[in-house]
Design a protein around this ligand. Sequence first.
Ligand SMILES: [Zn+2]
Length: 255
Amino acid sequence: MLFDTHAHLNATQFNEDVEQVIERARAEGVSHIVVVGFDRPTIQRAIKLAEQYSFIYAAVGWHPVDAIHMTDEDLTMIERLASHPKVVALGEMGLDYYWDQSPKEVQKEVFRKQIRLAKKVKLPIIIHNRDATADIVHILQEEHAEEVGGVMHCFSGSIEVARQCIDMNFYISFGGPVTFKNAKKPKEVAKEIPLNRLLIETDCPYLTPHPFRGKRNEPSYVKYVAEAIAELKGLSFEEVAQKTSDNAKRLFGII
Ligand SMILES: [Zn+2]
C-alpha cells in the first residue's frame, strides 16, 4: 500500500498514456493518488480523473507562478469544487520566488485568499514553496493556517523549519530528491522528523527519483521514495508505506 500524495497526472506530459501510467501504479502497489490542480485546465482534469478512478482524489488550487492570472471567477470555481466528494484539499498554493513570473505582492495576495477559502470550506492545504520559506511561514502564521493544516509538498527546508511547520499542524512530504545521492538536506530532515508527520509523493512528471532520474516521473516510482526513507530511518519498507498512507488518509479525511 503506497499513497502518492502529489501527482500531476493532469499535466500534458500524460496526455498520450495516462491509463497505462495508472495501471503501472496499481501493479506496483499504489493504493491512492492525489492529483493536484494548479490552473484552470489542470483543475478540470484532476476532477475528471478523480471521477473516473475510485482510488484517485483531487486537490484544487492556483499555483503561485501563475498567480497574476487568477481571477475572482477562478476563486469562485475553486470554492464550488471544494464541495465535490472527491476533492480532499485546496492547492497547490504558496510562493515561488525562483521563477518570479508573478510579482511577489500578487503571489502573497493569491496565497492568502486561498488559505482563507480553505478555512471557510474546512479543507487542508497543499503548499508549494520555492525560495520563499520565511514569507510562507509568516503568512501561514498570520492567517492561522493551523486551523486546517496541510502538507509542505516536496519539502527542501531545514529541520528547524520542518518542526515549525509540524507545530502549525502540517505534514512534511518528500519526493524524488530524498533518493538523490547528493541531496543531504532532505535526507537529514527525513531521518530526523517523526514518521507520523511524514508523507511521500512523486510530484510527477517532475523530480524523478533515482534510478530513473532524468526521465519522466510517474506514481509507480513512489516506492523508491518509500525505500529511501525506510533506509534513512532504519525501518522496513512496509512500515514506511503503511504509516505514510495512514498519515495521508488522516490528513485528507479518507476512510
Ligand atoms: Zn506540484
